[in-house]
Design a protein around this ligand. Structure first.
Ligand code: ADP
Ligand code: ASP
Ligand code: MG
Length: 466
């Protein structure tokens, strides 16, 4: 097939109700290049399923969550030309959910949780396929688990790139000449066929993996904002849309908490140089953002992100003084407990580390006690929580005069904890307390991104090399 081939992904708010689904379906119907459609669960559904997976709620509460999901999706179905033929399939999925979450009577494990969570995407894609069919599109529903092969790391599974490519090329490529494949983001299956998930927000990553596997020319991510902005527009009303951004900058933005993209989304795009478009399914005609290998502009500061719920672990030991092997021992313990470290700073006798939302990695709001005991055998520990990681994202950050001066003088009345500058040309990061984060973000945005009078607020359309 020599024609242009596009993969489109729709997030939860783009599928929230019948009107949103219809708007999304119309985007697909109007673009003959779109041959694969990847959908999230309808908005709020994955959160409801997360609640359903909790072990500390009783059967009545669980049944009422499932009834809520039935009513919410019936409301969408009832607007279809022929709702009755789809209702039995929805009820089958809800019965299955009841069987896993309520009637099995057993403790819900991480493995069960992934099965439960997968139902959001399984349901939304059934309805979206039908809406596309009613618009005259030859859309076919496909179970993503047949091709999205992963390891068995429940909740955060690792995709097997080669296997996914083989499966997609065998099972999907022959179909796309005549049909539009509608499939689920976020979900996959391990080598035993058990359901896995790619982590919250993982549908973006699924879509990028499918785009890579099917050798798409572009990936379009349709969401509820018209573009990637200089920062989350909900947090900083002054934020401005970015029309073009490089893979490297967008990857930093995704990694450091720009919720707009799952952190791994750009890995497949970079591997295969697939341009990624971000646009609003609510206003598809507005100009969105193109994420490309090399942007035509490379401003010093492009964007800023805030990642909340960070933990700072400070480890102190006189044994560190002029010793080798200390950091290796520390990191091997953290690795054994699957704790992923983001930022690190060290002094002669102490090391500070930031850990992303530990609740997500450990399933618990606190660090594992056994791990802390192991660490205490050779050092003292201080844990600080309720912190936010602020990242300034741009280009040539290692070599820019005036950047840190402007930053620190602009934030002179805020307490800045742990600064990381110099490891990457694309970011400068630091921690502030959670309750100051929004104010700090607004100030930094004003200094570097809104105020054209400021010497460091370079216009986005100017290439500026040192
Ligand atoms: P979807 O359900 O479509 O995947 P998400 O809620 O995951 O959508 O991501 C879109 C949200 O990301 C926006 O509503 C916005 O609040 C947030 N966001 C965070 N950072 C940015 C940014 N830099 N630009 C635009 N939106 C951002
Ligand atoms: N439905 C999943 C979530 O809410 C995946 C996604 O939306 O990308 O996390
Ligand atoms: Mg998302």
């Amino acid at each position: 097939m020599n024609k242009k081939l596009s993969v489109s992904k729709f997030g939860g708010t783009s599928l929230a109700d019948f009107d949103a689904m219809l708007r999304s379906a119309n985007i697909v119907a109007k673009d003959p290049a779109t041959r694969v459609v990847v959908a999230s669960a309808t908005s709020g559904t994955t959160n409801a399923l997360v609640n359903l997976s909790r072990n500390n709620i009783d059967a009545t509460e669980k049944e009422s969550i499932i009834d809520g999901l039935r009513d919410k999706h019936y409301k969408i179905l009832d607007k279809l030309a022929d709702p009755e033929t789809l209702k039995p399939r929805l009820l089958d999925l809800l019965d299955n959910l009841k069987r896993i979450a309520v009637h099995s009577g057993q403790k819900i494990t991480q493995e069960h949780r992934d099965s439960i969570l997968s139902h959001g995407e399984l349901i939304s894609t059934l309805i979206l396929t039908r809406i596309l069919n009613e618009l005259g599109v030859e859309a076919v529903w496909k179970d993503a688990r047949e091709v999205m092969k992963t390891d068995s790391a429940w909740g955060n599974a690792e995709p097997d790139i080669d296997l996914i490519r083989n499966k997609v090329q065998t099972h999907w490529s022959p179909l796309i000449e005549n049909q539009v494949i509608v499939t689920q983001g976020f979900i996959g299956s391990d080598s035993d066929g058990k359901t896995t998930t790619l982590g919250r927000g993982g549908s973006d990553y699924s879509a990028a993996l499918f785009a890579e596997a099917i050798e798409a020319n572009e990936l379009k991510i349709w969401t509820d904002v018209p573009a990637i902005y200089t920062t989350d527009p909900r947090m900083v009303p002054d934020a401005k849309p970015i029309t073009e951004i490089s893979f490297a900058e967008a990857a930093e933005l995704a990694t450091f908490g720009g919720k707009i993209l799952h952190p791994a989304t750009l890995l497949p795009a970079v591997r295969k140089n697939i341009p990624v478009y971000i646009g609003s399914s609510f206003e598809p005609e507005r100009t969105g953002t193109w994420v490309v290998s090399k942007a035509t502009t490379d401003p010093l500061v492009r964007a800023l992100t805030v990642r909340r719920k960070q933990t700072l672990l400070t480890i102190q030991s006189m044994n560190m003084f002029h010793r080798h092997g200390f950091l290796a021992r520390l990191f091997s313990i953290l690795a054994r407990y699957k704790i992923s470290v983001d930022l690190v700073t060290t002094s002669e006798v102490s090391v500070s580390l930031t850990l992303d939302n530990i609740e997500y990695t450990t399933g618990n709001a606190t660090l594992p006690l056994e791990m802390l005991d192991e660490l205490r055998e050779f050092c003292s520990i201080q844990i600080e929580q309720d912190l936010s990681l602020v990242a300034i994202i741009g280009n040539r950050m290692q070599h820019s005069k005036g950047l840190s001066g402007a930053l620190f003088s602009g934030l002179s009345d805020h307490n800045i904890r742990l600064v990381c500058h110099g490891a990457s040309t694309h970011n400068l990061c630091f921690l502030v307390s959670e309750d100051e984060a929004t104010e700090v973000a607004r100030r930094i945005h004003k200094i570097f991104l809104s105020d054209p009078e400021h010497s460091l607020a370079e216009p986005q359309n100017e290439i500026h090399h040192t």
